[in-house]
Ligand binder design. Structure first.
Ligand SMILES: [Zn+2]
Length: 146
């Protein structure tokens, strides 16, 4: 049995017009903890909890799927800063053991915590700009939401 879709799509000049989304601007706004679309509303309601929607433009933030990507990116960034620095210091200078723990561990901890929210905001901004997951206003038919 063949079923017909409810309504055929009518293509007009306005059908192909979609909101332009600048990837870098959206990531910059997310990096600052602001809404990727308007840049004014807060993206976060807690440290790593995104708000449900933007207070200024009403953009729904719930479709984002940042998951573990921000944590992976923070590990890569902080690791690429601390490991070469520690290797350079340890090969060129003799440091006491207590100084190692007193300096390297807090730096790594605070750098990671400091970068986590901005990186998550940038990831959410990237997902919005690329219309990933539920951020696409006109998703293709037949693809279930993730
Ligand atoms: Zn907004």
């Amino acid at each position: 049995m063949v079923t017909m879709s409810a309504a055929p799509k009518i293509w007009t000049r306005e059908t192909g017009l979609v909101e332009k989304r600048d990837v870098w601007a959206a990531m910059r706004r997310g990096l600052r903890g602001r809404c990727p679309r308007c840049g004014q509303g807060n993206l976060f309601r807690a440290f790593l909890k995104t708000a449900d929607n933007c207070a200024k433009c009403g953009l729904d933030f719930t479709p984002h799927r940042a998951d573990d990507l921000p944590a992976y990116l923070v590990i890569v960034i902080v690791g690429h800063i601390t490991v070469p620095t520690i290797l350079w210091i340890e090969t060129n200078y003799t440091t006491p053991g207590w100084l190692t723990f007193a300096a390297y561990l807090p730096f790594t901890l605070f750098a990671s915590l400091g970068l986590l929210q901005p990186v998550k905001g940038a990831v959410v901004g990237l997902q919005w700009a690329l219309r990933m997951h539920g951020f696409d206003d006109n998703p293709p038919d037949g693809i279930p939401p993730v």
